[in-house]
Ligand binder design. Structure first.
Ligand SMILES: NC(=O)c1ccc[n+]([C@@H]2O[C@H](COP(=O)([O-])OP(=O)(O)OC[C@H]3O[C@@H](n4cnc5c(N)ncnc54)[C@H](OP(=O)(O)O)[C@@H]3O)[C@@H](O)[C@H]2O)c1
Ligand SMILES: [Zn+2]
Ligand SMILES: [Zn+2]
Length: 352
């Protein structure tokens, strides 16, 4: 075991602050990684503030962060996939049971015994897992991803959650050329969804509550932009979408979007607001529409997504910050004021 510098929250009401956490010495299958960048996901904020207490209560101290890019510093004796110096990534999962039907199907995100990167029982050290707001991490090679060499590391980090979480449902629901696709909420997830839907050839419509993001939305790949608080603008798109991805982090009127789906259209939630949404069932049954959800993605699909990004030169638009600005960044997330992902430069942790 060794110590690693990190930032943690000690209660739902406390700010994140400098600390030191234990990491295991690499076992045979492990890869030790020096973390270069870690994205800030809105899930980090939900978790730190214990907003998901009914589903995944937070264990304190909590070290969030599951959008990790770093350099391999050491590998265990049985590691064949990686060597010191490789640029690698770790996302929301660091382990699973590997034997259940979900794992065998390459869908580790549905494994009943998976281990998330933070706030999950740590099989090696006891206590809970600690995430990427830290200097280094040790992860089984099966849960370590390769980063295409043409992608810049700070912009690649958010692909590990915002990227896979939006890529996976689009692949599942068949987003392709000729499909009309909506993206609700232009934040970290939303802006990746726009890039993917555009790269997959769909006609992309962005729904935003922030008129000042309109120009950016077009630059990111939108064909049309709708200010979702404007009922007339919304009405123009009634019953026309094949697929809508909703990436909103807070309470909002989901029925306004369900009504924009055509017959058999689907709306998938990736946003995970604290409180339940009220669904008007008639909106679903009259046109046989469906309303679903989707969590992250499996390891093989995450690698597929990273390779897709390498091929299409896709990264996240990031605002790189030192770790000392993390609390300020959380406040800005709550104001929808991020363009379009904060990526923490972990070199800033050295001065702590
Ligand atoms: N399913 C999964 O596996 C998964 C993975 C990662 C994250 N998540 C969840 O996805 C959600 C989004 O995460 P993120 O990191 O993309 O967050 P984010 O960067 O904060 O973006 C959220 C966006 O939602 C919109 N929004 C915020 N408050 C709103 C409100 N009251 N009404 C309508 N729109 C509002 C804003 O977009 P506009 O300014 O354009 O309106 C905002 O930029 C979070 O709940 C997060 O926990 C889920
Ligand atoms: Zn996330
Ligand atoms: Zn499993």
């Amino acid at each position: 075991m060794y110590k690693s510098k990190a930032y943690s929250a000690t209660s739902a009401a406390s700010l994140l602050a400098s600390t030191s956490i234990p990491r295991r010495d690499p076992t045979d299958q492990d890869v030790q990684i020096e973390i270069l960048f870690c994205g800030i996901c809105h899930s980090d904020l939900h978790q730190v503030r214990n907003e998901w207490k009914d589903v995944m209560p937070t264990v304190y101290p909590c070290v969030p962060g599951h959008e990790i890019v770093g350099r391999v510093t050491q590998v265990g004796a049985a590691v064949t996939k990686f060597k010191p110096g490789d640029l690698v990534a770790v996302g929301c999962m660091v382990d699973s049971d590997r034997n259940c039907p979900e794992c065998k199907a390459g869908l580790e995100q549905f494994c009943p015994n998976f281990t998330l990167t933070y706030n999950f029982p740590d099989k090696h050290l006891g206590g809970v897992t600690y995430g990427g707001y830290s200097e280094s991490i040790v992860v089984d090679q099966r849960f370590v991803l390769r980063v295409p060499s043409n992608l810049n590391p700070s912009g690649a980090a958010p692909l590990l959650c915002a990227g896979i979480t939006t890529y996976s449902p689009m692949r599942h629901w068949g987003v392709t050329k000729g499909k009309k696709v909506g993206v609700v909420g232009l934040g970290g997830l939303g802006h990746m969804a726009v890039k993917f839907a555009h790269a997959l050839g769909a006609h992309v419509v962005v729904f935003t509550t922030s008129p000042k993001k309109k120009e950016d939305a077009f630059r990111l790949g939108a064909d049309e932009v709708v200010i979702s608080r404007n009922a007339d603008e919304m009405q123009k798109h009634a019953e026309s979408f094949d697929f809508i991805l909703d990436a909103v982090s807070a309470d909002h009127d989901i029925n306004a979007f369900i009504n924009l789906l055509r017959r058999d259209g689907n709306i998938t939630m990736v946003g995970a607001p604290e409180k339940p949404l009220a669904v008007a069932v008639f909106g679903l049954l009259m046109k046989r529409r469906s309303f679903s959800g989707s969590p992250i993605g499996g390891i093989a699909e995450t690698q597929e997504m990273l390779d897709f990004c390498g091929k299409h030169n896709i990264t996240s638009d990031v605002e790189v910050i030192p770790i000392q600005k993390v609390n300020e960044a959380y406040d800005r997330l709550l104001k929808s004021d991020v363009k379009y992902r904060f990526s923490i430069d972990m070199a800033s942790l050295k001065s702590e």
